[in-house]
Design a protein around this ligand. Structure first.
Ligand SMILES: Cc1cc2nc3c(=O)[nH]c(=O)nc-3n(C[C@H](O)[C@H](O)[C@H](O)COP(=O)(O)O)c2cc1C
Length: 233
């Protein structure tokens, strides 16, 4: 099957719809093709327009968290809207300092390239969410998390992924910022001491939708679909 760009679906490391046998409970082929396209065209967005996002639209995207898997059904995601100018300013100052420190870890051509990257949309994005994990939630009664507490954080990532795809399906861009001092951010936002930062998300209307990751376009790194193949023992 060829998609609208002329690239075969398998190029992104996914099986072409026509190669799949029909299975009980499967979604229709046309839907599956669109889902594949959604996965392929989801992008990390850093270039946002500044016009607002309707609150009801954001709410519907956030609803994706409520259907995400979580260890023991603990739903440990805690989502904080970073909305006030003071909170935004503190988060931006955190990013600026962390990014400067990260740049200092590179040298030569990599440093030059790193310095040219736009690694957050925090100056422009109309919606900004700090997503935390409640490390001590009683919900789920510790099932699964007693043996592997980190599973709570992975559950939060699963929720973020569902939100990211839902937002993309509605034409909203999401950018994940990780160049932050998480403890400083938690302090500045005065969150519960048991919450750990998992993601800082910038959300809004993208200036443009790109077919390829920005880091590929500028020559920082490339996708390698072979990494999605299992190693057999
Ligand atoms: C956990 C995580 C943290 C990330 N942190 C950043 C970040 O701090 N700044 C940034 O520009 N992109 C960040 N990204 C986005 C990745 O660079 C991006 O997903 C990758 O280059 C592939 O591009 P794509 O998402 O457009 O397919 C992050 C992505 C993930 C999953």
């Amino acid at each position: 099957m060829r998609e609208e760009t002329g690239r075969p679906a398998t190029e992104a490391g996914m099986t072409a719809e026509t190669e799949e046998p029909a299975a009980a409970g499967a979604f229709p082929r046309a839907f599956r093709a669109e889902l594949t396209r959604l996965f392929r065209l989801r992008r990390d967005v850093r270039h946002f327009r500044e016009d607002p996002v309707p609150p009801a639209l954001l709410d519907r995207c956030l609803g994706a968290f409520a259907s995400a898997p979580s260890v023991g059904l603990s739903e440990p995601w805690r989502i904080l809207s970073v909305a006030s100018p003071e909170a935004r300013q503190k988060a931006l100052a955190n990013f600026t300092a962390s990014n400067r420190a990260a740049l200092a870890g590179y040298s030569g051509e990599k440093a030059r390239l790193y310095a040219s990257l736009k690694l957050s949309g925090m100056r422009e994005a109309p919606v900004q969410l700090a997503v935390f994990c409640d490390e001590t939630t009683a919900k789920g009664a510790g099932l699964g998390a007693t043996t592997m507490p980190e599973m709570r954080r992975y559950s939060v990532v699963a929720g973020i992924m569902a939100f990211w795809l839902m937002a993309r399906a509605k034409g909203l861009g999401v950018g994940w910022v990780s160049i932050l001092d998480p403890e400083r951010l938690a302090r500045d936002l005065a969150v519960d001491e048991n919450w750990r930062l998992v993601a800082y998300l910038c959300i809004g209307w993208p200036k443009a939708w790109e077919e390829r990751p920005e880091l590929e376009k500028v020559g920082w790194e490339e996708r390698n679909p072979a990494l999605a193949r299992p190693i057999t023992r």
